[in-house]
Design a protein around this ligand. Structure first.
Ligand SMILES: Nc1ncnc2c1ncn2[C@@H]1O[C@H](COP(=O)(O)OP(=O)(O)O)[C@@H](O)[C@H]1O
Ligand SMILES: [Mg+2]
Length: 388
């Protein structure tokens, strides 16, 4: 079930409120002869993904995913930067690989693009093996780095022609391909300008187009956009790039692996996300699934009528209603006419909460209310604390 160096020793609760099960692996060997006795808690979804990958490899069915990564390891001296990573990205899927600085994302990307050697493990794109068919494997990989690496004195079109040639596209196919690609990313009016004249948004679009040259099977994205004000990409332009990405995925059939510091971006784009800490995956699944599994409850903001807040009996009856109907609610803050509750029961149904809030709205003439789930950001931060 596991690689030969791993041994299941116990099944434990992962400590989160839903009580889903995890497995402790007693890893006796780091893959090249150096014993270390580390007890690792493996999340049930991460384990299930590893078993899925081992199953695909065992059955020689690696072509069913766009890319299959098995037991990927990278050690710098004795430091495990990437530690037994196993995952697959489905065809046409956008998969998010998240983690704070130092988690091992770039090292993972660099191994999968062939820029860094592997200490252990293997990866396949179709039948192409990263170890055995590196050059062909690389042709199937596009890379859009975190920071735009453009050649300033080249025009957009020259850049794209160059990358199509580098990826081995035949000369007669390139002009049409580049024309369609620039139209897709909405760069046509600028293709004959030197890239040094490009705005932040256009530089990002060209970087995306570079990654798509010669339609690779898998595209690694350092990020899509950024919400830093200096990037020159405003919110509506970001949404535009996101929707472009979704259509590129549909049209070119590529799978994307995205690592982004923007949780909003991951939520908008990724079907599944995994959070990496100290070179290992800590959780994996759709954002909805992660919220359900690791969510710490809900936030309710109730806006009271200003003229009523002076009335102590009104406030007392609200308090009594909440205590009775939502026993897990904790009052976090009262700010002017705004009551902020944290519902600590993650199993509380949305339908029940809305029904209660509608009732409360009518009984107490609330001006308004909002109910919100744990954000991906909150979940991410709770894992990030474990980073060395
Ligand atoms: N060439 C290298 N030599 C030594 N240590 C490295 C090297 N590259 C990365 N590391 C270390 O590996 C860990 C993971 O780094 P990295 O893959 O860049 O993480 P991330 O991209 O998630 O921030 C970090 O602790 C980093 O210092
Ligand atoms: Mg990095």
């Amino acid at each position: 079930m596991f690689n030969k160096n791993s041994k299941t020793t116990a099944v434990v609760n992962n400590g989160y409120s839903t009580g889903q099960q995890s497995v402790v692996l007693n890893v006796g060997n780091n893959g090249y002869g150096m014993p270390f006795a580390v007890q690792q808690m493996v999340d049930s979804d991460v384990l299930a993904e590893k078993q899925r990958i081992d199953g695909l490899v065992g059955a020689q069915s690696v072509t069913s995913d766009a890319i299959v990564v098995q037991n990927l390891c990278k050690t710098f001296k004795a430091f495990p930067a990437v530690d037994n990573l196993s995952f697959g990205v489905h065809k046409e899927e956008c998969f998010g690989l998240l983690g704070v600085n130092g988690a091992g994302k770039t090292t993972t990307f660099r191994m999968l693009t062939g820029d860094e050697s592997l200490t252990g493990g293997q990866a396949w794109i179709g039948y192409l093996s990263l170890r055995q068919d590196l050059q062909h494997f690389q042709r199937e990989v596009g890379y859009c780095p975190q920071f735009d690496a453009l050649l300033n004195k080249m025009t957009g079109i020259e850049t794209l022609f160059m990358f199509c040639r580098l990826r081995g596209m035949t000369e007669d196919m390139i002009p049409t391909y580049v024309k369609d690609l620039t139209a897709m990313v909405d760069l046509t009016p600028h293709v004959h300008k030197c890239t040094e004249t490009y705005s932040g948004g256009n530089r990002r679009k060209l970087s995306l187009a570079i990654a798509l040259c010669a339609a690779p099977a898998v595209i690694f994205l350092g990020r899509v956009t950024t919400n830093e004000p200096t990037s020159g990409v405003d919110p509506s332009a970001r949404r535009k790039i996101w929707s472009t990405l979704a259509s590129l995925q549909r049209i070119y059939g590529s799978a994307f692996v995205l690592t982004s510091h923007s949780m909003e971006e991951c939520e908008a784009l990724c079907a599944r996300v995994a959070i990496m800490v100290n070179g290992q995956l800590q959780c994996l699944g759709s954002v909805q699934h992660l919220r359900h599994k690791f969510g710490q409850g809900f936030t309710i903001l109730a806006k009271l009528r200003r003229d009523m807040t002076e009335d102590p009996s009104y406030m007392a009856s609200i308090e009594q209603f909440v205590r009775q109907e939502m026993p897990s609610a904790v009052l976090k803050d009262v700010h002017q006419c705004l009551l902020h509750y944290h519902i600590t029961d993650p199993q509380m149904l949305w339908s029940k909460m809305f029904a209660l809030m509608e009732d409360m709205k009518h009984r107490f003439s609330l001006e308004d209310y909002t109910i919100s789930d744990t954000t991906l950001e909150q979940i991410f931060l709770s894992f990030a604390r474990r980073q060395r």
